[in-house]
Design a protein around this ligand. Structure first.
Ligand SMILES: [Zn+2]
Length: 332
């Protein structure tokens, strides 16, 4: 009990911009400029380009380098470095290419901050690793039992079926996917099936970068131009206006929110496909069970997840969203 009280005292929250383990200098995915930050991955809801120094994985560093204004300290998976009294180590999160968790060892305690995670294997990201720890700070975007995603192969089949169905009816398939991670998953699924793909410009640039970083991706070109009902088009949600001039089209949105009728009704789409790069409820429970933490903090998601964990026997508390940027329509 004494240990738990002490551990609670280690979490240091900065209103509006994030958290760190008190006693360390490393802010965890802060949204505002800090002297020293850990950036878990290249999604904009987890980073600022203005930190004085940021610690990241090698691939995340490559992705954000063109925009980052400070010093980037890229670290290999598994490499241990000392920052004052803390030893830190990065290991894969399975969310998007280069996405990383961090373990911070200080005063004899092991802290893990997950960033965004995915347990089931991705087509384009590194496989997640899970480490045992004393204190776990875990994302819980889909931390509710109504979010149990189908197997990834089944989701891939849904995407391919949608595209081929459109071609058969002489309609152009448009797939809406976030530009980093989700779009490349769709490119991998369609490209490997021999389907030709046209990508909105920002997705095209990131997909080329994925390829340079070693992910095998096929059959993609920039959009426009395109061949009606013979090529699939992928656009991010905020660029859906680009396909407005196309008369005969069907739009599919790829998001884990497909399982939430209230949320999904806010999107413009014909078909919703539950392709997510986050852990679903059962994966989150599995993660915590394997990590065996004495204390759990949940962030970025359903506050009820902490109560589910308490029912499973974990000492868990939700970190209030008032100091963490909401990610409702962020990169899901
Ligand atoms: Zn993310």
């Amino acid at each position: 009990m004494c240990l738990i009280n002490k551990i609670i005292g280690f979490i240091d929250a900065d209103i509006s911009s994030g958290i760190r383990i008190a006693g360390t200098d490393i802010w965890l995915d802060p949204k505002r400029k800090k002297p020293l930050a850990f950036i878990s991955h290249a999604h904009s809801d987890h980073l600022s380009f203005f930190h004085s120094t940021a610690i990241t994985s090698l691939k995340t560093a490559t992705m954000i380098k063109p925009f980052f204004k400070g010093n980037l300290r890229a670290i290999n998976w598994g490499e241990k470095i000392r920052i004052r009294d803390a030893i830190i180590e990065l290991f894969p999160a399975g969310h998007i290419l280069g996405s990383s968790q961090i373990m911070i060892e200080i005063n004899g305690l092991r802290f893990v901050y997950t960033g965004d995670i995915k347990l089931s294997s991705s087509f384009t990201a590194e496989r997640i690793q899970i480490r045992q720890c004393d204190v776990l700070i875990i994302e819980c975007t889909y931390g509710n039992p109504r979010f149990i995603f189908p197997e990834r192969e089944e989701v891939a089949e849904q995407i391919i079926k949608f595209v081929k169905g459109c071609f058969a009816r002489r309609v152009t398939p448009v797939i809406v996917a976030y530009r980093i991670g989700k779009a490349q998953e769709v490119v991998k699924i369609l490209g490997d099936s021999g389907i030709r793909i046209r990508l909105e410009n920002s997705i095209y640039r990131i997909t080329k970068l994925y390829k340079e970083l070693g992910v095998k991706l096929l059959n993609f070109k920039p959009f426009p131009p395109f061949t009606p009902h013979r090529e699939a088009i992928i656009v991010p949600p905020h660029k859906l206006y680009l396909v407005r001039p196309i008369h005969r089209k069907k739009i599919a949105i790829c998001t884990g929110w497909s399982l939430d009728k209230d949320m999904i009704s806010r999107f413009y789409h014909d078909v919703a496909i539950p392709l997510s790069d986050h852990a679903d409820f059962s994966e989150l429970i599995r993660y915590v069970t394997l990590a065996k933490p004495k204390k759990v903090y949940t962030i970025h998601g359903d506050r009820e997840f902490a109560s589910y964990l308490r029912r499973e026997g974990f000492d868990a508390v939700h970190l209030d969203e008032s100091f963490i940027q909401p990610t409702l329509w962020g990169y899901v």
